[in-house]
Structures are given as structure tokens and as C-alpha cells.
Design a protein around this ligand. Structure first.
Ligand code: UT7
Length: 325
């Protein structure tokens, strides 16, 4: 039965110029390049400059995605930004980006699901586009996590970086078959029992300060592999696909060992997983669209390929999306 599908017609990304290496961290903390690489796969991360905000990163990624889609801001009627590091407590970063893009039309709002934010934003955009309410959306993941870090805490500060990624989605009439191009299925989950395992110890409504990121990494790790494998399997099932159909897993980039563990659970070789954690570290909501843009631009992703996007983060929140390119 014919229906609308949300199709990714452009991707873009932006990384701040400053690169912070493991060696620089080891010079000021009790850590080492060897420990960070062995336990996480991270070799470097990008850090936003003074005065460079999440909205700046998101705007640059959005312009890059618009350029790849051959569209202009005038063509967009919906902007959803996934972020946990807004420039200010409010307004939403999405409206700041809307303004920086020179738009006075359309609707723009943020979603907060930390590292899963891009999957949440993509799912909301998919629903709004396939209902016919909007036609062309910018979905952006943008973060400046460097500003949430306790730079004295070696168990967290070595793990994260700054960046932004974006996709342009367009509602397109499709036959309504699993062979359609576009987003085939999305699945989201959350479980607030685990808030304490990964959180920020401040906020406007409690301490009146921004606070710093706190994480019990080992426990988050254990949940991540189980939850991600489950939601990936669930999402593939919803799209009438099997793991063997997946050409590229586009995962949230928290830890190379998590990527290896989830791939193994699905019976997929690691060479079908797009890995950027070595260069970008964990950029929270930006990591999935950054990895997607990397693989699109280096030519790995071909028309017809099945992509499985997935992420897990604070809350806990987790989700996945199956997409035919
Ligand atoms: O994006 C949201 C989702 N986030 C994640 O998925 C993160 C999940 N967690 C992880 O990626 C890993 O658990 C970490 C990378 C955070 C930690 O790796 P781990 O293998 O689980 O290490 P651990 O926490 O069990 O710590 C092992 C040891 C400890 O020392 P002791 O107690 O055994 O003496 C830590 O103090 O490693 C020590 N350690 C470090 N050593 C050198 C922790 N951080 C560091 C460090 N450098 N940066």
C-alpha cells in the first residue's frame, strides 16, 4: 500500500579545529595513551574553541547537509536538534540554528535523550514527515560535551569530544514495501531507574549551575551491549529484515569494545560497523550523524544498502533505526 517514507537526501558534519590527543591528556592526568586506546579505542577528540557554541557546530553541520542535498534553508519546514549541551538553558538550540540559517518560517525544537538523542530526533522527524505534517526536515545532533566534563576526572574526561552531524530528510511517496528507500523502522526505549549511572550533577532547576558529567562506566558498559543488541534485533524485525541484511551498522561511538560486543551478538563482522570513535571519541548526540556522514563521504555507503543506526545513553535511553539508502 503506497505511503510516505522519510528519506535521507543529504548528510553533513562539522568538527571543531582543535584536536586534543591522548598524549596531551596523559601529560596532565594519571592516564596514558595505551590505557585509553586499549580500553576505549579513542586516539583523539575535537574540542570547541572559546566562543564556539553548540549552535555554531550544528549550523555548520546543517549547511553542509543542505549543500549535499542541493537544498537551501528556504526548503526546510522542520528542524529538530538533539543536544544535551544547549548554548543557554533556553531557548532551544534548534531555534538558534533556525535563526543562524536565516529562516523565519517552519518549526524548530530540541529533543533531549543525551547520547541517544539523534535516534530520538530521527524517530520524531520520521513520524512528522510520514504523517504528512511536514515535508523536509533537518535533523541535527550537536554537542559541546567538553563543557560538561570534570577535567580532573580521568574516568570520564578522556572519553568525550565535541562535534555535530546533520541529515536532511524528505517525505517521499513510496510503494510501502520493505524494499522501499528511506527509514523502514525505528524503535526507542528508556528506563529511568538508571538515571544515576550516567548523569550531570547540576541543572537550572536544582543547583542553579550547569554541573559536571558523572558516570559509572563499567555498569553503563554492561547495559549498553545488552540493550543495543536487543533494540537492533527488534528494529530489524519490525522492518522485516535479518542481521545478515545489514550492510552497515552506524553506531553511537562510545567505546570500540561496545561496538565489537554488539556486532558479535548480532553475528556481524566488525568490518560492517562504521567506526569513528578513534578520531571523534564520544560526541553524544552528534556521534551517529557524524559516523553516517563519514561513511557517506568516503563512498562506503551505496544505494540500496541497509543501514542500522543505534545508540544508548543517559536516562537510560536507547534506540535504533533501519534505513534503506
Ligand atoms: O555514551 C553513553 C554510553 N557510555 C558508555 O557506553 C561508556 C561505557 N563504559 C565504558 O566505555 C568503559 O566502562 C570505560 C571506558 C568508561 C572504562 O573502562 P573499563 O574497562 O570498564 O574500566 P573500569 O572502569 O573497570 O576501570 C578499570 C581501571 C580502574 O582502576 P582499578 O580500580 O582497577 O585500579 C580505573 O580507576 O582503570 C582505571 N581507569 C583509568 N586508568 C587510566 C579509569 N579511567 C582511567 C584512565 N586512565 N583514563
Amino acid at each position: 500500500m503506497s505511503r510516505l517514507r522519510a528519506c535521507i537526501i543529504g548528510t553533513g558534519s562539522y568538527l571543531p579545529a582543535r584536536v586534543l590527543s591522548n598524549a596531551e591528556l596523559a601529560a596532565r592526568l594519571d592516564t596514558s595513551d595505551e590505557w585509553i586506546i586499549e580500553r576505549t579505542g579513542i586516539r583523539q577528540r575535537h574540542i570547541a574553541a572559546d566562543g564556539e557554541f553548540t549552535s555554531d557546530l550544528g549550523t555548520a553541520a546543517a549547511l553542509n547537509a543542505l549543500d549535499s542535498a542541493g537544498l537551501a534553508p528556504a526548503d526546510i519546514d522542520l528542524i529538530i536538534v538533539a543536544t544535551a549541551t544547549p548554548d543557554q538553558t533556553f531557548p532551544a538550540v534548534a531555534t538558534v540554528i533556525q535563526h543562524k540559517l536565516g529562516m523565519t518560517h517552519g518549526v524548530a525544537f530540541d529533543v533531549g535523550a543525551v547520547c541517544s538523542g539523534f535516534l530520538y530526533a530521527l524517530s520524531v522527524a520520521d513520524a512528522l514527515l510520514t504523517s504528512g505534517a511536514y515535508r523536509t526536515a533537518l535533523v541535527i545532533g550537536a554537542e559541546t560535551f567538553s563543557r560538561l566534563l570534570d577535567w580532573e576526572d580521568r574516568t570520564t574526561c578522556v572519553l568525550f569530544g565535541d562535534g555535530a552531524g546533520a541529515v536532511v530528510l524528505r517525505a517521499q511517496a513510496s510503494p510501502g514495501l520493505s524494499s522501499d528507500t528511506g527509514i523502514l523502522a525505528t524503535r526507542l526505549h528508556s528506563d529511568g531507574r538508571y538515571n544515576d549511572l550516567l548523569h550531570v550533577d547540576g541543572g537550572p532547576g536544582s543547583t542553579g549551575t550547569t554541573g559536571k558529567l558523572r558516570m559509572k562506566g563499567r555498569e553503563v558498559f554492561r547495559h549498553a551491549v545488552t540493550n543495543l543488541a536487543a533494540v537492533m534485533t527488534e528494529t530489524l524485525g519490525a522492518a522485516d529484515l535479518a542481521p545478515a541484511d545489514v550492510r552497515w551498522v552506524i553506531p553511537h561511538q562510545a567505546n570500540l569494545r561496545i561496538l565489537e560486543g554488539t556486532a558479535k551478538k548480532l553475528g556481524l563482522p566488525i568490518d560492517r560497523v562504521v567506526v569513528t570513535v578513534d578520531r571523534h571519541a564520544n560526541t553524544s548526540a552528534a556521534s551517529v550523524p557524524l559516523a553516517l556522514d563519514t561513511a557517506v563521504r568516503d563512498g562506503r555507503i551505496a544505494p540500496g544498502d541497509i543501514l542500522l543506526l543505534e545508540a544508548m545513553g543517559g536516562g537510560f535511553t536507547w534506540g535504533a533505526a533501519a534505513v534503506r539508502w
